[in-house]
Structures are given as C-alpha cells and as structure tokens.
Design a protein around this ligand. Sequence first.
Ligand code: SAM
Length: 199
Amino acid sequence: MSIISKYNRFSYVYDLMELPIELIWYSKWRKELFSNLSGRVLEVGVGTGKNIKYYPKNCEVVGMDISDRMLKHAKKRAVGKENVSLFLMDAEHLAFKNDSFDHVVTTFVLCSIPEPVTALEEMERVCKPEGMVINLEHMKSENRLIAFFEDLFNPITTALTGVNINRETVKNVKKAGLKVIEEKNIAMLDVFRRIRSKP
Ligand SMILES: C[S@@+](CC[C@H](N)C(=O)[O-])C[C@H]1O[C@@H](n2cnc3c(N)ncnc32)[C@H](O)[C@@H]1O
C-alpha cells in the first residue's frame, strides 16, 4: 500500500492515536520550535495541521502534504488564518523556486517519506542560503540496544503505518548536502532529536 493510501486511511484517527504523546511531549516541543520562527516558512508534511496554532502571526506559512485527507484536516485548522496556505504536493518534488524560504521545517515526517534524502535535497534547494532547515524527528539511536530493537520492530511499523523507526536521519541530512549546525537530543536518549542545518 502506498504512503498516500496509508495516511489517507489514518487521517480519521491520526490525532486521536497521537493524543497521549502529544499531551506528554509533542505539544511542548512544537511550542518551543515554532515560537522562534519568522519570515516565509515551508512546512513539509503538514499532516493534520497540528503545528498551525504554534506559528507566530508574522510568519507566512506554506504547508504541504502528499495525503489529501490529512490535508483536509489541516485546512480546518487553517480556517481564518490568512498567513497560512496549504498545498497537495510530494516532498520529493517541491513546486517552489530555489532559495524561496527563510525556514523549512518538518516534524515527525522524515520517518515516512519514501526517499528522505531526495526530500531533504529539495528542502536544501528551496531554503535561502541564509535560511535554516529544522527537523524535529525520531530516528535510529546511537545506543546499540535501542538500535537493535528499532531494527527488529521496523518491518512491523512500516507494514502497519508506513513509519520507519530506524532511519539514520542525521546522516540523511548530511547526504542531502545540508550543513548540520545543531543536533539536540530531546527524549529517549537520542531517539527524538532536533536538527538545525543550513544549505
Ligand atoms: C507522522 S505524520 C506527521 C504530520 C505532522 N507533521 C505532525 O507533526 O503531526 C507524517 C506526514 O508526512 C506525510 N508525507 C509522507 N510522505 C510524504 C511526501 N513524500 N510528501 C509530502 N508529505 C509526505 C504524510 O502524508 C503525513 O501527513
């Protein structure tokens, strides 16, 4: 089943399924990440639009997602917000000009994009040279025991949800030509990390 079909199917229960982790962790991390943004921001894999409420009013937000049904929920969250526009698009083929965003952001997206390096290359392309790409993601741990279990369970999570739990996201960011300027471990040792990088 394609990633589009998986997320179209999940779109109805996605927010409910994520509610516990959203309340415990994600909402706090989202608030911290988005409160400092400014200018023209591209959010890749906007999903049901959970980040929309955290953007400062002076941000011009462009959100995109490959799943039309996820995007339908995001559109509800964007009602009345004139600084937010949403598009159906593939992160691996962004329909934006080079150097056109001050920030490019993902939250919990690089685990499900089929070709994450290609998507990161696109983020590098559309981000201004003085801009910043920010990824808040879960990934493969450097801790051998955690990594073992991530590898073990990855076939199950990908089959069920399309989510990879063992992606080497920092390596992927570098492979895409981005220069990592900050890598911050956020939770579960280094499973959840925030990466800031420059084109
Ligand atoms: C786990 S959800 C995260 C949604 C949102 N960013 C959040 O923090 O709640 C992953 C999202 O990535 C989207 N996605 C997966 N592959 C994509 C691609 N190639 N292009 C654009 N969006 C994609 C999915 O449709 C889904 O909405």
